[in-house]
Every structure is written in C-alpha cells, then in structure tokens.
Design a protein around this ligand. Structure first.
Ligand code: ARG
Length: 473
C-alpha cells in the first residue's frame, strides 16, 4: 500500500493530467472555475471545422516528417469517427475539458495514445480557434449568400405578377411620387445585392489562413503553412503570428454585414406592417405567416414581420459587443476572445432564420390592387410631373415649383385634383401651359412620364426587371 501522501499525488496526477495544460499545476481547478471558463457549451458547433482543420494539419505534419504517414492516417480516420459520433449525439462533453478543441484532441489521445498526442505539434489553440472560426464564417457567408439570392429571386418573381400595379412612393411617409410596384421589389433586390457584395468582400479577409501562427510567435518546427492553407481552401497565409492570435476584425466585419442585412429586412418588415394595416390596406399577408389574438377575435397580426424587425436589435447589438470585446486588448491572445463566438453565433443564427422565412412571405403576399387604385389620385402624386412639364416648357425650376405649389393650394381649397383643373385655371397660373399638360396629370401619367435610368417609370422599371432576371436567373 502506498503512503497516504503518495496516493494523493497519484489521484492528483490523474485528474490534473486529464487537462492538456495540466503539467505545471499542483492544485486541482476549482469546479466553479471549470464551469466559468468552459466554452464547449457554445463552441461545440465548431466540431466539424475543427476536425477539418486538424486533418489538414496532420496531413502537413506528415509531409514535413513531424509525424509518420501511418500516424497521419490513423489520426485522420479517428478524427472522422469522432466527428461522426459528435454528429450522432454519441459524444460526452465535460466542463473539465473546456472547449471543443480539447474534447476532440483528448478523445483522439484516448483512442490513439501517443499518436494522438502528436496532433497538436506546431500549433496552439490560439491559431486553431481562429482557423476554426474562419472556416465556420466562410461557410456561413456562402450559406447567407444563397439565402439572400433566394430572397432576391422571390422579389424578382413578383415583378411580372405586379406589372400592372402603381403604388405611391413616400418620403417622410408622406405621398410623394408614383412608381411601379416592381420598383419597390427591385429596391430591396439592390439592398440585398449590396449585402451579398459586402459579405463577398468580408470573405476575402476571412479567407487568410491563421493556422501555424501557433500561440503567438510561430514555431521552431519546420511546418509548411502554405500547404495547410491550400488544403483548407484559404487564399493566402496570414503574415504575422502576433496579429493572428489577436485578430478578430473578420468577426466584427461579419456581424456588421449581418446587421445591415437585418436593417434591410427591418425596413421591409416595417413597410409591409404599415401596408398591412387597415389604414393602408395595400397588402394581404398569407395566413401561414400571420397570427391571431387571444382576446380580439377579428385580429390578424403580422407577428412574423414584427419579430424579424425586433430581432434586428440583437443582431445589431453584436457589433458593439465585438468591438467592445477587442477594444484595448493587448496583443496577442487573451481569454476575453472566447466570448467572440457568443455574439457571432447569435447574430448569424438570427439572420439566417429571418432569411429562411422571407421568400415565402414575399411570394405569398398579395397587393390589394383595388384598394391601392381607389386612393391613387390622392396626395398630388402628379405635382412633380407637372413641375417638370413646366420646366420642359421653359419655366425655371424654382418658378415652376412655386407655380405648382400654388396650384396645389388652389386644388386643396376647391377639394379637387390637379387633373380636374380647367385649362384656363392652369393657364392663369402659367401662360406657357397648353392642352398637352393633361398628358402628365393624373397618377398613371405621372408614373409614365418618369424616364431617367433607375427611375420608377414604366420603361426604366421594365429594363431593370429584365436585368435582374438575367442576374438572379
Ligand atoms: N476556448 C478558447 C477560445 O475560444 C480557445 C483558445 C484557448 N487558448 C488559450 N490560450 N487558453 O478562445
């Protein structure tokens, strides 16, 4: 029997050695510290990219001779099995092992002994976690791009079916000028296109490989960083190991791109919530995407749109969350950075869920043509067209603006529309007006008169619809 003190050492060693960093520690970690510092509860979703990264790393280690080919193939196939077990839900997590990286490595070592203990050669969790995050964000960007394309398609698909509909365009939520309904749909296409472009731009900085920067200073071992980068589909290798350890710029950029997607979605939701109101009555929403009230039997509420609008708050909050996280952090890695994932995952999940619902709502909604048409002559939507007619007749713009302003006031006094005025009344305001003026008065004519590139008129919108069809297929 071992002396009591020795037994204690063995027990201690066993527990302490379970931790990959346990070598220099004399005391067990307080379980509350383990619970406080663990990240596996939220980073386990990195398991697939972690395994991809480790397999590439092992392949490189074998090529440069730091492990044998046989060890490499054992490591790679065991990692695949571990991945399958995690996927199937047959994997045991424990706070003691901190994060997903330690879990996978310790499972590997349990199965392969010393061979497993070689995997972490020439890398650290600091470059590993950033590699994992970049692989994850790269996939996320590709997924979001496809979802945004679906949204764009749903908007473009509406253009033909709504080709005959004119709607008021607003500024300050006051009636301004008439546009084709399709002009609204394509306005959202433009916004979502910028979101796609922004994600593509962010992807360039995401796609620079951190792996091999090791803890902060690189390594004395003869690793081949170009090779791992290539195996993982990165465009290039990050050039400064200190920078790699501390860099989370790509996450801040990514969540900012997510926030603008959310901003665009929230504008769309807000607009449709207003359009769905009895006061506007521009829109019918599909039953499947509205909900009722528990007390008011007549209610049909646009809850999904409200929630997409509401969820914008948490997506946008991820931007300051990440910026505050990295502000003033000294180089290189600091444990603070573990918190980066919480902000990013939540923002990503939220935007993804919103984008997944959007195409069906866009496709399922119907414009209430008669309601829209019945009030289309209200609000002097043709006033700007009349002013532009005067400009074409040689009237200086500011004079034309004032003349039309006076005519509008005159109509308001009489309770009529500009198109209801007689030629004499119009000529009293400006003697350059002739009978052709009736060709621009009225909402339909005012819309048809719009002809500049990108405007809401008949032909310019038709041109853009054709261009968007070409673009989104
Ligand atoms: N779980 C850690 C994180 O997410 C991994 C890196 C840990 N590195 C370290 N030196 N403790 O940031």
């Amino acid at each position: 029997m071992l002396p009591a003190s020795h037994r204690w050492v063995l027990r201690r060693r066993k527990t302490v050695m379970a931790k990959a960093w346990g070598g220099r520690f004399q005391q067990e970690t307080d379980p509350r510290v383990e619970a406080f510092t663990e990240s596996v509860s939220f980073d386990s979703r990195l398991y697939a990219v972690d395994i991809r990264g480790s397999q590439a790393h092992a392949t490189m280690l074998a090529k440069v001779g730091l492990i044998s080919e046989d060890e490499c193939s054992q490591i790679c196939s065991e990692l695949t099995k571990i991945g399958e077990e995690i996927e199937a839900g047959d994997f045991q997590y424990s706070a003691e092992l901190e994060d997903i990286h330690m879990h996978i490595e310790s499972a590997l070592t349990e199965r392969l002994g010393d061979t497993g203990r070689k995997l972490h050669t020439g890398r650290s969790r600091n470059d590993q976690v950033s590699t994992d995050l970049k692989l994850y964000v790269r996939d996320a960007i590709d997924e979001l791009d496809a979802l945004l394309l679906d949204v764009q398609r749903s908007l473009v698909d509406r253009c033909d079916q709504d080709a005959d509909v004119i709607v008021p365009g607003y500024t300050h939520l006051q009636r301004a000028q008439p546009v084709k309904a399709a002009h609204y749909w394509l306005a959202y296409c433009e916004k979502f296109q910028r979101d796609r472009d922004r994600l593509a731009d962010c992807r360039k900085r995401v796609n620079v490989c951190p792996l091999g920067a090791a803890a902060l200073a690189g390594t004395s071992l003869p690793i081949d960083r170009e090779m791992t980068a290539k195996l993982l589909g990165f465009d290039s290798v990050a050039g400064n190991s200190l920078d790699v350890s501390s860099d989370r710029d790509y996450l801040a950029e990514f969540v900012f791109a997510l926030s603008l997607i959310s901003a665009h979605l929230s504008t769309w939701c807000e607009e449709w919530i207003i359009w769905f109101s009895t006061e506007f009555s521009f829109l019918k929403l599909p039953d499947a995407y509205t909900t009722g009230s528990s007390i008011m039997p007549q209610k049909r509420n646009p809850d999904v749109l409200e929630l997409i609008r509401g969820k914008t708050a948490r997506v946008m909050a991820s931007v300051p969350q990440l910026l505050i996280l990295v502000k003033s952090l000294p180089m290189a890695y600091n444990r603070d950075l573990q918190e980066d994932k919480l902000a990013m995952f939540d923002a990503f999940d939220t935007v993804k869920a919103c984008l997944e619902l959007t195409p069906a709502i866009v496709a399922g909604a119907e414009l209430r043509r008669e309601q829209i048409a019945s009030r289309l002559e209200d609000g002097f939507l043709d006033a700007t067209a009349l002013m532009e007619y005067l400009i074409k007749q040689g009237v200086p713009m500011r004079t034309g603006h004032e003349t039309v302003g006076k005519l509008v006031a005159h109509c308001e006094g009489k309770g009529c529309r500009l198109a209801d005025l007689s030629l004499e009344e119009l000529q009293q305001a400006c003697d350059l007006i002739d009978e052709n003026v009736y060709g621009v008065l009225g909402t339909q004519n005012a819309m048809a008169a719009l002809q500049s590139y990108g405007s809401g008129g008949e032909q310019p919108v038709a041109d853009r619809v054709a261009a968007w069809k070409e673009r989104v297929g």
